[in-house]
Design a protein around this ligand. Structure first.
Ligand SMILES: Cc1cc2nc3c(=O)[nH]c(=O)nc-3n(C[C@H](O)[C@H](O)[C@H](O)COP(=O)(O)OP(=O)(O)OC[C@H]3O[C@@H](n4cnc5c(N)ncnc54)[C@H](O)[C@@H]3O)c2cc1C
Length: 421
């Protein structure tokens, strides 16, 4: 038995075997020969998606290469490679991902299997960037699927949590390489929410972080910029200190931690570089996270109500809410399938109680029409999935067809997707 833990340390497992195949033939033989299989990327999911007592696969060592397709704007890439390995290689070929999330540690397959996203009203999740997959199915066979060939399998696997098969290669839609300028700007929360539509229309990527006991938030704005365009200086200090002191006024014992976290998170204030270097931030303080994707119109109210709930209960939460936008899509199990969303993340320091605050805020998100990020803490049930996802049964039929014995399930997935058994 080997030990396995997720990034935050909240999920552990004892797989009967752990394998790091290097070739497709090895991967096929491993899958065909096992009773129960889960595949993990960087283990950054907060829910027990990868936990197994069977075979746990890591695909980061798979041999392979990036092959740019004839159209020059798409490429086949090894699905198990981390995003931070792929993006500089794409840059060398004059290409970028259209959008990325807060970090780039995830395996490409891990990120897209869960609908991982960044921010931008015109930009969908990473799953929307997938054009085709090469999957190893439960019996070890290798299948290529896209919108035309084996289209049901392709649609199901776009957000499939590794339940359809193991993704060995993915074909990604890409854009010409671009640079981004990042500007961090503190502002009153009420002002940001009042200007939100203008802000999101004016800037390609806008998001903000707000501490539950502060009335000011920190905006992060990213815009495409030409090489050599020097970023203007910004005076962040007063806004930062305001946020720190508002929060520390409520929890004085947290002041030093807050100052350390903020200083680390907010330096430098403005910078410009290739997009793949601007998107990811350092996340070296462990936290636990809940995130709901909420229909755009209800987003601001959902945030205000969640903050009010934390304050009403005097919950000791020292991490901020994160507020982002994601475009709608047509993916069966995507939380964004019904239209554009506001994504609200609620974080708690990993060593503090996260269950109580998350239990307090989850009903608020749900009451505002939210659907949970599959990889982040939630307590939705199989009945909720059926209610929230009109295509859930269609997805379930594909899952049942390609993996009738449930080789790729674990107890969490068996329960959450019980309708597909
Ligand atoms: C610090 C931090 C920052 C984050 N930032 C963001 C963010 O900005 N936006 C956002 O939306 N999410 C974010 N997340 C969530 C994260 O993107 C997801 O949990 C993502 O799935 C993690 O990728 P991973 O490679 O670690 O996958 P894992 O957690 O290892 O696996 C996730 C799922 O993908 C499946 N999978 C992995 N590899 C394969 C494969 N080869 N074939 C088939 N299925 C596979 C697994 O079986 C599992 O179901 C963040 C998480 C952390 C810890």
């Amino acid at each position: 038995m080997a030990a396995w833990k997720n990034w935050s340390g909240s999920v552990s497992a004892a797989p009967s075997a752990v394998a790091r195949p290097r070739t497709v033939a090895e991967l096929q033989a491993l899958i065909a020969g096992a009773d129960r299989v889960r595949v993990t990327g960087a283990g950054h999911s907060f829910m027990p998606l990868c936990a197994t007592d069977g075979l746990l696969l890591h695909l980061a060592d798979m041999e392979g290469e990036i092959t740019v397709c004839d159209d020059g704007l798409s490429a086949w890439v090894p699905a198990g490679w981390p995003i931070h390995r792929l993006t500089p290689e794409l840059w060398k070929r004059g290409l970028s991902l259209a959008n990325q999330g807060d970090i780039d540690k995830q395996a490409m397959a891990g990120a897209l299997s869960t609908g991982t996203h960044g921010t931008g009203v015109t930009l969908g999740s990473i799953s929307t960037q997938a054009l085709a997959f090469r999957l190893i199915l439960a019996d070890g066979t290798r299948v290529e699927c896209d919108a035309a060939i084996e289209s049901d399998l392709f649609q199901a696997a776009r957000v499939g949590l590794g339940m359809l098969g193991v993704m060995e290669q993915v074909k990604l839609a890409l854009v010409p390489a671009y640079r981004l300028r990042e500007t961090l700007r503190p502002a009153p929360l009420s002002e940001i929410l009042a200007d939100w539509d203008t802000l999101t229309a004016r800037h390609r990527h806008v998001e903000f972080f707000v501490f539950p006991y502060a009335d000011r938030a920190l905006m992060k704005i990213l815009d495409p910029v030409d090489a050599g365009d020097d970023p203007p200086a910004a005076d962040l200090e007063s806004g930062v200190m305001q946020v720190v002191s508002d929060t520390a006024a409520t929890f004085p014992f947290l002041a030093p931690t807050l100052q350390r976290l903020l200083t680390r998170a907010m330096s430098p204030a403005t910078r410009a570089a290739p997009a793949y270097r601007i998107f990811p931030s350092e996340r070296d303080t462990l936290f636990e996270e809940m995130e709901y994707e909420i229909p755009t119109a209800a987003g601001p109210d959902a945030l205000r109500a969640a903050i009010a709930e934390v304050r009403r209960r005097r919950l000791p939460v020292i991490f901020p809410f994160e507020f982002r936008t994601v475009a709608g899509d047509d993916i069966w199990l995507s939380p964004m399938h019904a239209g554009p969303c506001i994504s609200i993340s609620f974080h708690q320091y990993a060593k503090m109680d996260w269950k109580t605050p998350f239990a307090a805020v989850e009903p608020v998100f749900a009451a505002h029409g939210g659907r949970p990020h599959w990889a982040k803490r939630h307590t939705r049930t199989s009945a909720d999935v059926l209610r929230l996802y009109p295509q859930a049964e269609t997805w379930g039929a594909v899952r049942r067809r390609v993996d009738p014995a449930g080789k790729f399930l674990n107890p969490h997935l068996r329960e959450l997707f019980a309708f597909s058994l």
